[in-house]
Every structure is written in C-alpha cells, then in structure tokens.
Design a protein around this ligand. Structure first.
Ligand code: MIC
Ligand code: SF4
Length: 637
C-alpha cells in the first residue's frame, strides 16, 4: 500500500514504535529551533543534562518575541541565549533578524527533514515539505541532546485543493476555511496534508501561511509536497542544494479527505475570540475598525508586504485608525526598502515596527478600550492583544489593508479590480550577517539576574489530595493559563515571579489561593491548553503545587508539557462527570505509581466517585513518577 507524504517522512525517521494511529512512536529529529520566550528554559534544561555539545544536525536559537527592553530583563535573556548558543554549537539569530519561522523558512528549512521547535507555529516549515512539530522547551532540549521525540502516530487528513484563488482571495482564506470546517480542536492527533491540482498555484510563502495557522486546528503539523515551486524558492534563497522532490504515493491512503475548491473561496475573517469563529468578510461590512496590524509569522513575507505596499501606494490610512506593519524578517525588510515599496508604506502613514513578533504577542500596539483590531495574525484569544475588552478579527493582508483604507471592515474586492501583482525577484537578498555561527572557542555563559535557576521537582506521591483550585470551561488556552504580553514575557526565565500571573485573566486570586493551599487540582473542559507551546503553562502551575489536571480532553502540546513537569493529565471516562466536581471540592486520588489506568477520584466533599484515565505511555509513566522528564533524563545519564 502506498504512503502519504507525512507517513513517508515519519517512517524515514522512525526509531521506536509501530506505524499504527494513536500508538506512541519515537522519531529522530534533524533540526531544532527555539525563540527567546521559550528558549531560556529550554537551554537551562539542556545545561542541566550535562551534554557537552548539541547532537542535532542543526539547532538555531532566535530572538524575536521579547524585544521590548524596558529594563535589564530581556537584554539579560538575549545575552544568556547568545553565549549558551555559542558554547553548545548552535546558530544564533540576533534580535532584528526576524521572526523565527520566517527566517527559518528563508535560511534553514529543508524538505524531507524533521524539525522540532519550542513554538507552536513551528509547522510553518511544512510549506517546504518538512515535518515540523511544536513542543515544549524540555522536548527541544532532549532533541538537542540527541534523544528521539515521542508522539502518537497521527491520523493524516487530506485537504484536497482544486481550482485557483480569485483575485483578492488569499492563502489566509484557505486556512480560515479549513478552520471553519474542522474547528480549533479538529486537528488534535492529526497531520494535515495538502494535495491536489490547487497546490501548484500557491507559492511557498502562501503554503507556509496555511501550515503556520494549522497550529490553530490543534494539529500535530501540516505539510505540502516539495515540488518545482519549492525548488524555485530554495534556489532564489541560494539554497537549491537542499531541495528534494517529495510527494505522496499515487495510491496513498488518508484517514479523511476535505475538498476545497479555490475558485469558490471568498475573503474570510475569524471573529472574536477564536480562530475558528469564521465568516465571510462581506457579512461584517461597515463594522468600524480602530486599528489594523499586519505582520506575525503567518503573514509578513515579501509577498505579503509587497501586497500591502501595492494597496497603500498613493493613499492615506483612514483617519481615526492606526496601522502597524511588521516585516517578518530582515531579508523582507531590506528587500522592500531596496525596491521602494517601504516608501509607499511609510508615505501612507503606517507605523513600521521592528522585525519580530511585536503586537501578535501583546508586545506593544495594544488596541484602545473596546477597540476593534483587524490583524493578519493567527490568534485572537481574549486579552492576547494586551487589551482585555478589545475585539480582534483575523484576516488576510488584503482584508487588513482594505480596513486600513476605509476605516471599517471591507471586502477587499471592493477596493479595486484586481489585487496588486507582485514581481518576484530572481534571487532574494541573502545576507546572513545577523546569524552567528557556533563558536569553536571556549565560551563563558553570561547569566544576568533575570536568569533564575530551574524550580525543584518532586517525585509523584501515591496519594494525591487537595482542593479544586479552579474549574474552567472548554477551550481554555495557554494564554489564559500563563499570559504573555509586555508585562509578563520578561519573566519567562524566572518561574517564582511569573507564577504570580497564572490564570490571572480568569481569576486574579489564583496564585495566592494556590500558595495558601499548598497546591491542588484544576478541572477543565475540552481542548484544555490549546494554543502556545509555552511550557511555563505547566511549569508555573507545578511550582504552585498543582498535582493533576482533570479535563474532558487536552490539547497535544500542553498535555506533553504537563507530563514533562510531573503533573498528571486525567480525562473523565464519562464526560458528564465534569458536573460532579465543583471548584473548592476536596479530592483524593489514589494513583499509586500510575501503573494502572483504572483510577477513581474520590470527591470528599460530595461523596461522588469519578472514574478517570491518564492514558500515559510507559515512558510517560516513568517521567511522571520521577516528577518530570528532566529528573528522568538526569537519572539516565
Ligand atoms: C504564541 O504565539 O503564543 C507564542 C508566544 O509564539 C508561543 C510560544 C510562547 O509562549 O513563547 C507559541 O505559539 O508556542
Ligand atoms: Fe511570534 Fe506571533 Fe508567531 Fe507566536 S504567533 S511566533 S508570537 S509572530
């Protein structure tokens, strides 16, 4: 039987386990990436493993998230990351060089290889036929140390594209359509593979917009074939040597097929406050907009900014509205400045921000109170923009600029006959002067006061008892559990300090109550922990004494992060039992050594007995018993 592309690449990297959907397998990781907000923890953990030099083929450490430097903290982190990279054999992408996913696509990604990144949008590289997976920092540290990455053998969903996008309809609209159909939980345990004649009409940056935002489906990753278009892109990046033609076998099987006719797609937008709350832009016509932001790892490529420049040329941003534009990388920035497009953007009144994540993660450019912001980003979770009551819409750059010019949500097809035509250069402007290669000399690692040691972990106790500290609804995001933004992100290297913000947007008393009680439990609904890969959403609750999370279902990366830090992820055997636990109830859970999966929670307050499952694999059981994966990795050494 033929294989699909995802299976082919995974099979070529399989080191443990069987290719049976849902079964745990171990795969070899070729490349790793980290960004600064997750990187400091990843490297502290790597250092604790005592491995003298990385064993992955290529590892890159990027600075892109924490770039507001209003005191020493972020600058301390940058210096730590730079010196640790030099010491252990990593490439280091300096602040200003751009967003990790955009730069990686330009300079490092390679078809057919595997990439593990401590950022949930690592699947961006699926646009050039890589199997690129987001994970917690500890998993990246283990991969750098040469250990396999463990995941459930995924189901593969075929998104079969036919036809060709009409003018003003963008790749962003394709992924928004997929989100509308599959929802934010629809990709859990799955890889999304794009096939069909429609693939040929999409450039690499467009494909990467789609695989990037596949993260919002909860998917393990998304992948496109590697074809002539990939070859052209890599050659233009002066990296034609890494090209490999890759596609599914003609008789490949998929677990499910979704058909999308590109001719029929219209401009779409995700309404507040979820990326799957998708509707046609035309239905929201006339909605007043107070700010527009173009950028992020989803939509800030050369193609995107040339579209922005083409639409803004000779015009002025609507009064009463602010437009921010963030180039995805230094390469994009340099190219639009050399060809004059930047001038058209500046002349329109747009505010140009430095090349990095910026407003996407609440680092500046927060909307006004109750404001409406239209963004080319990938997430519109409540509060993520920095303004609690703002309404954020996600859309293509075409729809963003249509709003910026008119001051209201506007179907871009109303702006003109056809979208600006982009002339692609033969070669991109390749200057790797902001990438520092690994050092061969001895390097001293610099640790400023913002770099605090890792918190202690404790082996699992056979009886877990305590109160339910918080009961949440469905689709709780890691932005709820461990917020980001300008105030909190600089504390990523300091767990005691950052733990003060755990669940702050849901319940500002959480930290103090958890501390006073000496820890306890969390009860959640479906898709608990969706969104980011930030392991701080497990590490900080662990520090506060959270022993287990009992949910209807978990998002993949967050569940692994909980296990990595010794927090047991239980799911209800009967979903309805969620009603049998209230916030404040006292629970006793006899877990023993998590040998069996027939565990019953005793609700001491109501007397109810509630069956739950942990679903831990053999390796995960060992990790939980040891109080987390780091303890185990140290034991194994
Ligand atoms: C995000 O988009 O939420 C982030 C910030 O890039 C995160 C990583 C982090 O929390 O540092 C992600 O997506 O993994
Ligand atoms: Fe950065 Fe936003 Fe992309 Fe996360 S989603 S990596 S914050 S640009």
């Amino acid at each position: 039987m033929g294989l699909n592309l995802a299976q082919k690449i995974l099979k070529a990297h399989l080191v443990e386990g069987e290719m049976v959907a849902g079964k745990q397998v171990g795969i070899r990781i070729d490349q790793t990436l980290t960004q600064d907000a997750t990187g400091t923890m990843a490297y502290l953990q790597f250092e604790a493993m005592g491995v003298p030099r990385i064993k992955a083929k290529l590892s890159v450490s990027y600075i892109d998230h924490n770039m507001l430097q209003d005191d020493f903290k972020n600058a301390d982190d940058h210096l730590y990351l730079q010196t640790v990279a030099a010491k252990y054999g990593l490439h280091f992408s300096r602040p200003g060089n751009g967003i990790c996913h955009q730069v990686h696509l330009e300079r490092f990604g390679a078809p057919g290889q595997t990439l593990l990144g401590s950022d949930s949008h690592t699947p961006t590289q699926g646009g050039i036929g890589m199997i690129a997976i987001g994970a917690g920092g500890l998993d990246i540290a283990l991969a750098m140390a040469g250990q396999p990455f463990y995941l459930s053998w995924p189901e593969v969903v075929n998104v079969h594209l036919t036809g060709k996008l009409k003018s003003w309809v963008a790749a962003k609209d394709i992924i928004l359509e997929v989100l509308r159909r599959l929802t934010v939980a629809g990709g859990v345990g799955k890889i999304i593979e794009y096939t069909g004649p429609g693939v040929k009409s999409l450039s690499v940056p467009e494909r990467s917009t789609i695989t990037n935002m596949g993260a919002e489906l909860g998917a393990t990753t998304s992948v496109f074939p590697s074809d002539d278009i990939t070859k052209k892109f890599l050659t233009a990046q002066k990296r034609g040597n890494v090209f490999k033609a890759l596609s599914a076998d003609a008789d490949a099987k998929y677990d499910k097929t979704v058909e999308i006719d590109l001719d029929k797609l219209e401009p779409l937008t995700a309404q507040p406050h979820s990326p799957d709350n998708v509707t046609e832009v035309k239905k929201l016509k006339g909605t007043k907009v107070t700010q527009v932001a173009v950028g992020s790892c989803t939509n800030s490529s050369f193609r995107d900014l040339m579209t922005v420049a083409g639409m803004l040329k000779g015009k002025t941003v609507a009064p009463g509205l602010s437009l921010a534009v963030t180039p995805g990388s230094k390469q994009v920035y340099e190219m639009i400045s050399a060809n004059g497009a930047l001038k058209d953007i500046i002349a329109s009144g747009a505010r140009i921000l430095e090349s990095g994540c910026g407003p996407c993660i609440g680092m500046g450019f927060a909307p006004n109170s109750g404001g409406v912001s239209v963004r080319s980003f990938n997430r519109n979770f409540p509060g993520r923009s920095g303004t609690k009551d703002a309404n954020v819409y996600l859309a293509s750059v075409e729809t963003c600029i249509a709003a910026a010019l008119t001051g209201e949500i506007t179907d871009p097809r109303k702006i003109g006959k056809s979208a600006p035509k982009i002339t692609w250069p033969k070669t991109f402007m390749v200057q790797d002067n902001m990438i520092i290669k690994p050092s061969k000399k001895a390097v001293e690692v610099k640790r400023g006061p913002n770099i605090q040691p890792l918190p202690e972990t404790h082996p699992l106790s056979p009886v877990l008892s305590g109160a339910v500290l918080l009961k949440t609804g469905d689709n709780i995001t890691t932005d709820h559990i461990m917020p980001a933004g300008a105030k909190v992100l600089p504390l990523r290297s300091n767990i005691p300090e950052i733990s003060k913000f755990v669940f702050a947007s849901l319940d500002a008393t959480f930290h103090d109550r958890a501390k006073a009680a000496g820890g306890g439990f969390i009860v959640g609904g479906v898709n608990y922990g969706q969104g980011s890969s930030r392991e701080h959403a497990a590490l900080a609750p662990m520090y506060l004494g959270v022993k287990a999370v009992i949910a209807k279902a978990f998002a993949r990366i967050h569940r692994s992060n909980l296990v990595n830090f010794g927090i047991v992820p239980f799911t209800f055997v009967n979903e309805g039992d969620y009603e049998k636990i209230a916030q404040g109830d006292k629970l006793t859970i006899n877990v023993g050594g998590v040998e069996t999966d027939d565990i019953v929670i005793k609700n001491e307050t109501s007397g109810a007995e509630i069956p739950v499952k942990h679903g831990l694999s053999g390796r995960e059981k060992d990790q939980v018993r040891a109080g987390g994966a780091l303890g185990l990795a140290k034991q194994a050494k």
